[in-house]
Design a protein around this ligand. Sequence first.
Ligand code: ARG
Length: 569
Amino acid sequence: MYKIKGKVMDYKKYIADKIVIDGISKAEIVEAIAVPPNTEMGDYALPCFKFAKILRKPPVQIALSLAGSISSDSVIGQVTALNGYLNFKINKSYLAESTLAEIEKAGAGYGSSAVGKGKTVCIDYSSVNIAKPFHIGHLSTTVLGGALYKIYNFLGYNVVGINHLGDYGTQFGKLICAYKHWGDKQQVEKGGIHAINELYVRFNSEATDQMQAEAREYFRLIESGDSEANEIFGWFKSLTLAYVDKIYNRLGVKFDSYNGESFYLDKMQPVIDELKNKGLLKTSDGAGIVDLEEYGMPPCLILRSDGASLYATRDLAAAYYRKNTYGFYKCLYVVAYQQNLHFKQIFKVLELLGNDWAKDMVHVAYGMVSLEDGAMSTRNGKVVWLEDVINKCVEKAYKVIEDKNPSLENKREIAEKVGVGSVIFGALYNSKIKDIVFSYDKVLSFEGETGVYCQYTCARANSVLQKAGDTAEYSAVCEDKLMSQEYELVKTLAAFPDVVKDAAEKYEPSLIARYAVDLSQKFNKFYFDCKILTAEDGTKRFRLSLTKATKQTLTNALSLLGIGVPEKM
Ligand code: ARG
């Protein structure tokens, strides 16, 4: 049984309701109220500087007179003025009770909201290339996009996940040619993407001039709709997708559309026509370009001199298609920073074409991933396949579990959660734009700032709850004065909904990963410093309630990143 007495509270609004400033609306006051980084002076603060002009009084004086006009109550414990700030301290037990009540009520929905209702966000991510290795370089886009997908969904947005497949280009002519010369149906069927990749690598090192010419012809055949060429290509495509799908499942990411580059081949002409009509398409050395010199950028290439389209042309067509099909509020592209210029050009061209929605396109750029031993995604022609990295982490996790807790049930299942979680967390922990060096030992450490540490904390909370037994009574009511460890934990729990919103606004899932570590640290401090199961009755019930709320919030945070939580570890 779980007893709740607290009330759910929007503190900023509650505080704003008590403040009267002539000529300033409540909404403006709510907007101005901030959570100070250092909460020693208060949990919330209203900086009075911006009101000085309207009130023709110095901020220090405004803060002082406001403080005098507001009295504390059961929610607000203290109101003070200092250096032009009006500071509020929330009544600690009130914050604790209302936060725990809210978490209990919302459960798996704690931290969610309806701010995005009626708005659609398109997220272009992972966007693999057919027949090419799905390597460690694809890790960030896949897990960043996957996390953003879940975060926006949690905030009530309608989300469209798009895998903009790299399924168009002259390399596919080469591949068919290589297959025709050296390939074997059974072998390719069995070896899948690895076998296809080998054919491609072999073509690049061994192809004669004669084969190069054949490859061009095969590419032409794909384009002209030749059935045999397209059948082989379609087969390569399905083998690639079957392969990546398995990895997507393990990482917990999904897509609503697999419309890749080839999908836009018949949708480019209207864009080209519009560029012509608006006088934006110029000819330079026989090629069709949009001159962007005025904006400090090299020209955007639209048509090759032989009339063929380019990557940018297909992206322009895709942008129109997405706007027309989904009516997006925002369209995100989770793509490495190497493509900064490409997206700046695309967005500029869309703007020059007079689309006011060009401002809603966002390039969510991220840094490179390399492995600790210096191996990049490509070395001596050898690529580090993402699947191998995941498998290695799962294997290592299995060994650790066997070491620490050999009698655990479902070790394989738990190792999968821990291993996959460690890869995801490792990729999401740092601000996305940073280059990261992936270290197996680091991501699997139980002590560091890792997914494993957070999962372990969850399992620890769970074990406390189990020991308390099903019949234990929890209570959000705190009878005693809160210990600082308890209060720090409560404040962190209360901050979760804002962290989720912030992560969406900044396209930064790392904020949630960091939050999960912070929450784990606060819980562990509470766990080691405060007795839970052996505490006196009322205190015990309150501490169990705190433990349960932590488990829930941590589970919610990790699941937004695509990380599962084992009950036991
Ligand atoms: N397939 C591309 C690559 O691997 C990424 C595509 C990103 N999305 C886009 N709409 N351009 O580089």
